[in-house]
Design a protein around this ligand. Sequence first.
Ligand SMILES: [Zn+2]
Length: 428
Amino acid sequence: MSLSKIFSESEKAQNEVSEIASGLVKLNSAHPDGKTVDCVEYIRKYFDEKGIEYYIHAKEDNKPNIVGVLKGQSKKKILWVGHLDVVPVGEIDTWTYHPFSGKIIDGKVWGRGSSDMKGSCAAAMVAARILSKQKSIPNTVEFWFTADEEIGGGAGARWLSETKKLNGDVCIIGDGNGGGYKNPSIDLGCKGGAGTKLIARGKTAHGSTPYLGDNAIMKLLKVIPYIYKIGDYKLKLPAELEKTFKVSTKFYMAEASTPLQKKAVKKLFFYPTVACNIINGGVKTNVVPDYAEADFDIRLSPGAKVSEVRAEIERLVKEAGIPGVEVDKTRIRTPTNSKMDSAGYYESPNSEFMEKLSLTIKKATKKKPKTKILTGGTDGVSTSKIAGIPSLGYGTSLTGKAHQPDEYITIENLVLGIKVYAGFPIIF
Ligand SMILES: [Zn+2]
């Protein structure tokens, strides 16, 4: 089948892909439960109906993963990987339509996960259906739908990579923002984390005689600004990504409106980002707390050394000089090698994979895609670093929609997703 035939088949599937995206959104797979069992059943039925071979792999009963397999003529194997779990909905009052309504209105599919990333999953399902109708396809293609991406892939891509169920020559990560028709882009990789938990210990006392205690909350508050200083630590980064970091900065700058936001975006890829996102401490108004803790989301550009940043964080905590406050070491996984000590993951901008994916997107959008780095993490960390499969990201998500209330995806982007996901295996 020619690429133009694939593109016209994709256009014809506009209603089908919207209905599937909506159907997936309606099935609650939000964390903390992150149950993918209903979504997997939905996909299984679709594959059964369309005569597509599939397998289900589950580490946890409620969090299965499913793969649709299309056998090709050559020995090359292309993987497509996307996740079915979604982040919590947050305050329901902030949503115009119920987050699990999956409403299709104004050329958009609405609801939690539409953009991140049940929309891409729907596009991949239809791509599998279109490819399955071919008499023959050049390469074997596996479409993987995983669990647990939003919490590190423990029952999903990480486990599938560790157990070598995920294997192949190249992998397209369907997560992230591919820029639609207007501003097409390929993700060369994504940032990684150096998440840090700070623990403060003090001495309890009656709230009426606070001078007899040692308030853990107050101690914690004194050290938090020191953790924020890691945001001024200049990262040592791979030279081959220099241009990509510049393009990525431009990409994220488009979202920044205030001078403070613009200043932050200028640093976004060259320094760590820090966000203190959880604080816990205290039991009762009249009790001086002897324990408090703070959780920081700290993100580093790919290639930065995590151990180096951790050492600097330790130094900053020491510099604060507050006894009884320390970094929680129990949560830190010691990297087994230098590859695992490198934050996130990235691929070379010069590969045949890159060239062919770029060509597919160019044919579909009439524009040459740029390369960028995602600020959020994806399953690509597992497929690239653990399974060792070159992994490039191309998603249908929209800028600023993931993890937000009133999340939506445009039907236009869904159709573009089908074109790229079904077109690439023909070109590669
Ligand atoms: Zn995602």
